[in-house]
Ligand binder design. Structure first.
Ligand code: SF4
Ligand code: SF4
Length: 361
C-alpha cells in the first residue's frame, strides 16, 4: 500500500517538475520572440508572436496554476497539514482567473496583468501618462485612448486593493495570495523547487547579500518613480525619457524576468521576494498591520520543522521556544511554518484579524 502511495507521490512530483520546466522554457522563448525577434519580423510573424504571447500568458499560465495547485496540495498533504497552503492557492487561482481571463475578456485588454503590481514595482503606469514615452507609443496603437484609460483605472484600483489589503491582512494578502509574478510560482510549484539538486537553507552570507540587494532595488525603484513623478509635474531632472524607459525595460527583462523566472525559481523559489521592492514596501506596511506568527498555541517540541519549511529563512523555532510572536520584515505570510508544525503551535494574525478573534492556522 505504501509503495503505491510513494509511486503516486513520485509521479505527481515528476509531473509538477515537468510543468515547471515547461513554464520556464516557454517564458524564455516568449520573452526572446517578443523582445528580440518581433520588432524585426514581418507583420504576419509579429502578429502571431503577439497572439501566442497573450494566449500563453493568460490561458496557459492560468491552466498551469490550477493544475499545479491541485498537484501541490496532493503532494504536501502526505506529510503536512495544508490549510494555509490551500488558502494561498485558492487566492492565486482566483487572482489568475480574474486578472488573466475574466477582466481581459470584459475590458478587451489582454495585457492587463502589466498593471496588477503597484508602485514601486514598475513605473509603467506613470509612463502611460506621458504620450511620448516608449511604453505609451508601443501600447497606443494596440489599446487606443480608451484602452489606456481602462488600464490606468485598473492599476489604481489594484494599488488601492493591495495597499488596503496589506494594512488589514498583512503582507500575506499580496505575496501569498495575489502576486502573479514570483509569489504564485513559489507557492504553486513549491514541492518541485529546486529543479536541480536538493533543498538548501540560505546561509548567513547569502542573507547579507540579499539584504544589500533589497536596499539597492528599493532605492532604484524610488529613483525611477521620483523621476517620472517630477517629469509628469513638469520638473524634468533629465529629458531622456526614451533612454530611461529602455533602462527600466532592460532591468525588468534581465534582473527581474530572467533572474526570477529561471535562476531563483529553479533553485530557491522565493529568491526574488528577498529583494522585491514592492515586497519590501509591503513588509513595512505589514508592521503597521501588526502582522505576526503567534507561537503560544501549544508547546514547542523543537522539531525544527517550521524553520525547515520557511522559504524566507526566518528562525521561527527560536521565538516559539520562548513563546514570542514572530514579526520579521521578510515574512511573506505564506503559513508554511503553520502547516508544518506537528503540535499546531503556530498561527497567523494581524491587528484587524485579532479584533475579530481570527487566527489563521
Ligand atoms: S515579494 Fe514581490 S515578487 Fe515576491 S510575492 Fe511579494 S510582491 Fe510578489
Ligand atoms: S515565518 Fe512562516 S509565514 Fe513567514 S515566511 Fe516563514 S514560513 Fe512563511
Amino acid at each position: 500500500m505504501n509503495k503505491v502511495k510513494d509511486a503516486n507521490n513520485c509521479a505527481e512530483l515528476n509531473l509538477l517538475k515537468i510543468i515547471l520546466w515547461t513554464y520556464i522554457i516557454l517564458c524564455f522563448i516568449i520573452a526572446g520572440l517578443n523582445y528580440g525577434y518581433a520588432p524585426k519580423a514581418t507583420q504576419e510573424a509579429s502578429e502571431f508572436i503577439t497572439w501566442f504571447w497573450h494566449f500563453y500568458e493568460n490561458y496557459v499560465k492560468t491552466f498551469f496554476i490550477i493544475i499545479c495547485s491541485v498537484l501541490t496540495v496532493r503532494i504536501v498533504r502526505k506529510s503536512n497539514s495544508t490549510s494555509m497552503r490551500k488558502r494561498n492557492l485558492v487566492g492565486f487561482i482566483i487572482s489568475a482567473l480574474v486578472i488573466h481571463i475574466i477582466l481581459p475578456l470584459i475590458l478587451q485588454n489582454k495585457e492587463l496583468y502589466f498593471f496588477a503590481m503597484p508602485l514601486p514595482w514598475t513605473t509603467t503606469a506613470l509612463q502611460l501618462l506621458y504620450e511620448n514615452s516608449n511604453f505609451y507609443l508601443s501600447r497606443y496603437p494596440v489599446w487606443g485612448t480608451a484602452g489606456i484609460t481602462t488600464a490606468l483605472i485598473f492599476y489604481i484600483v489594484m494599488s488601492i486593493i493591495v495597499f488596503v489589503g496589506t494594512i488589514l491582512f498583512g503582507r500575506r494578502f499580496q505575496c501569498s495570495t495575489l502576486c502573479l509574478f514570483n509569489g504564485f510560482v513559489a507557492e504553486v510549484f513549491e514541492p518541485a523547487i529546486p529543479l536541480v539538486g536538493k533543498k538548501k537553507k540560505i546561509n548567513e552570507k547569502s542573507l547579507k547579500f540579499f539584504n544589500i540587494l533589497k536596499w539597492i532595488f528599493l532605492i532604484v525603484s524610488f529613483l525611477f518613480t521620483f523621476y517620472w513623478v517630477l517629469f509628469l509635474f513638469g520638473v524634468p531632472i533629465y529629458n531622456g525619457t526614451q533612454v530611461l524607459g529602455k533602462i527600466e525595460n532592460y532591468k525588468y527583462l534581465s534582473t527581474e524576468l530572467l533572474m526570477t523566472m529561471f535562476f531563483w525559481i529553479a533553485f530557491i523559489g522565493r529568491g526574488y521576494c528577498y529583494y522585491c521592492p514592492l515586497g519590501t514596501v509591503l513588509g513595512f506596511l505589514s508592521k503597521i498591520s501588526g502582522q505576526k506568527i503567534i507561537t503560544n498555541n501549544t508547546t514547542c517540541i523543537k522539531c525544527d520543522k517550521c524553520n525547515l519549511s520557511c522559504p524566507m529563512t526566518i528562525d521561527i523555532k527560536k521565538n516559539a521556544v520562548e513563546k514570542i510572536a514572530v514579526n520579521n520584515l521578510r515574512c511573506v505570510g505564506c503559513g508554511h511554518c503553520i502547516d508544518s508544525c506537528p503540535t499546531r503551535n503556530l498561527s497567523y494574525s494581524t491587528k484587524f484579524l485579532s479584533k475579530y478573534n481570527i487566527n489563521l492556522k
